[in-house]
Design a protein around this ligand. Structure first.
Ligand code: HXC
Length: 502
């Protein structure tokens, strides 16, 4: 027993620590509540026979599995042990993982997987591949039933990356996480490109560029703390609601809504500050903070209840929607909807990003994901239009037409097909062109257009806005709207499943 607990032995453990990594067992102990870890299958042995594998003992077959609690919340967990055959995945290693996955699904508790592995155990051939297939299948079956969290604390190479990609949240740590389908050596041999492992698939790359990671940390301890915070915001399974907390006011000395929101309509501001000026204790857990920063998503509480915030970020690209921001928000909306988390949408955007790059990158298909996700979501949906809501952006950001339950607007809201400058240039083109002083006429027409359309009252006159509210009333209105919609039930038409624009 003591031998099995020692993983790959002193030398391998020293090597692991020299790279700044904790051991698999230390990670589990640090993440779970003290003394809550119950380990299973410690004595499982590997099934490899070829290449002298039958003469080798691999403690626990390179993966530790069990159950425990995080701040009192139950969870099933596995952690690959790199000190044992590089955490490589053989058949019995995979069986341990699929067994704890089945357990998580039967018990309806979150699954946390800590990945630190050289990938498929080469000596076990097709049995290793079979093991991955069994894992991917279970990841897919568990999707939307229990939250699945992947933590990348070492290499995660080859097809192994597809298990994290099928889960809900991927955590990475700077200089420690490495994720790629084909490594630098293979890339060099096949297409002649040279790149370091860090630049190819390091933590920063996945947090900033590829969008594969949802949370980035500087150290393993910070990463584990982020997981604890996330778990406190989400329910254990799709039949529950997230745990309620005592209601706390925002830290209004630091986050003053009237000081954050500029009087000049052209001046950008940080939407995260607005969220913090509204939510309980100004605590906002931002998801995918470094990726597609023109949209902000994350969890907070209003009146003690978890909500998912989606907000355009005027600080980055004026908050436009594009390929990446649509993907980012759509996936988050689907998570919130699957796990009974109401959605609060804050709107301030000039529309979808124009340009050849975006059109060719499929902004039509990706942008449609956002429409699909909002339309399909049946959780309470509350929208606040702060400033601009132009064109397709107005519709896509959870308008009444996509069945928002409440749409509020601040008096500064501008709801129109496009911005006043663009609109005036098109519809008054001839008048401007033929005028004695075209610039004067252009200005006059922009002013006229603004007065007519760039306000919330035209949309409110058609009932597309439920109420024009003072910004300082936003928190109160949102909490009220959430309370009255807490028993919301919407039945979608019966079908096997829809076909979202994946
Ligand atoms: C068997 C493996 C292994 C593997 C590492 N080891 N990867 N054993 N199968 N896939 C073993 C090593 O032989 C070594 O054993 C120990 O783990 C530690 O490995 P090192 O190489 O010494 O560690 P390090 O220098 O830190 O390098 C880590 C590494 C490298 C970058 C991950 O080991 C590596 O490149 N491994 C192979 C990666 C790979 O190509 N995997 C297959 C991907 S394809 P000893 O006994 O010497 O301590 C795949 C397909 C899945 O996964 C498909 C699913 C659809």
């Amino acid at each position: 027993m003591r031998y099995a607990l020692k993983g790959g032995g002193t030398k391998a453990i020293e090597k692991q620590k020299a790279t700044g990594k904790m051991t698999a067992r230390e990670r589990i102990i640090a993440l779970l509540d003290p003394k809550s870890f119950h380990e299973y299958d410690l004595f499982v042995e590997h099934a490899g026979k070829d290449f002298d594998m039958d003469k080798k003992y691999l403690p626990g077959d390179g993966v530790i599995t069990g159950t425990g609690t995080i701040s009192g919340y139950p969870a099933c967990i596995f952690a690959q042990d790199f000190t044992v055959a590089g955490g490589s995945l053989g058949w019995m290693h995979a069986k341990k993982i699929t067994k704890i996955m089945d357990h998580a699904l039967n018990l309806k508790v979150p699954l946390i997987g800590i990945n630190d592995s050289g990938g498929a155990r080469i000596q076990e051939g097709v049995n290793s591949l079979a093991g991955y297939g069994e894992i991917f299948y279970r990841n897919t079956m568990a999707s939307g039933l229990i939250p699945q969290i992947s933590v990348i604390l070492g290499p995660c190479a080859g097809g192994a990356v597809y298990s994290p990609a099928l889960t809900d949240f991927v955590f990475v740590v700077d200089k420690i996480s490495k994720m790629f389908i084909t490594g630098p050596e293979v890339i060099k041999t096949t297409i002649g490109e040279e790149i370091s492992m860090e630049d190819l698939g390091g933590a920063r790359v996945h947090a900033e560029t590829s969008g594969n990671a949802h949370f980035f940390a500087e150290s393993e301890q910070e990463c584990l703390d982020q997981i604890k915070q996330l778990v406190s915001f989400i329910p254990w399974n799709n039949e529950r609601k997230a745990k309620s907390f005592p209601k706390k006011p925002p830290r209004s000395r630091t986050y003053k809504i009237d000081e954050i929101f500029p009087t000049n309509p052209r001046q950008p501001y940080d939407i995260r500050e607005i969220i913090k000026s509204i939510c309980d204790d100004s605590e906002f857990l931002e998801v995918q903070k470094l990726f597609a920063q023109n949209i902000v998503i994350g969890f907070a509480r209003l009146g003690g209840e978890t909500v998912g915030f989606v907000g355009n970020q005027p600080l980055v690209l004026a908050g436009v929607l594009d390929v990446d921001s649509s993907d980012k928000a759509a996936r988050f909306i689907r998570f919130c909807d699957a796990f009974n988390i109401p959605l609060v949408t804050l709107v301030d955007l000039p529309g979808y990003l124009p340009g050849v790059d975006q059109e060719h990158a499929g902004v039509i298909r990706h942008g449609a994901k956002l429409l699909y996700a909002y339309s399909e979501a049946t959780v309470p949906k509350i929208t606040v239009i702060l400033r601009k809501a132009y064109g397709g952006g107005y519709i896509a950001m959870c308008s009444h037409h996509l069945k928002a339950d409440f749409v509020f607007a601040w008096p500064t809201a501008e709801i129109a097909v496009m911005g006043p400058e663009g609109a005036a240039n098109i519809i008054f083109r001839n008048e401007i062109k033929n005028a004695e002083n075209p610039e004067e006429v252009r200005k006059q027409k922009i002013k006229e257009y603004k007065e007519k359309f760039a306000n919330p009252y035209v949309a409110a006159a058609y009932g597309y806005i439920d109420a024009v509210i003072d910004p300082s009333e936003t928190r109160k209105q949102l909490i009220y709207a959430l309370e009255v919609s807490s028993d919301k039930k919407v039945y979608l038409p019966e079908k096997k499943h829809g076909i979202p624009p994946f």
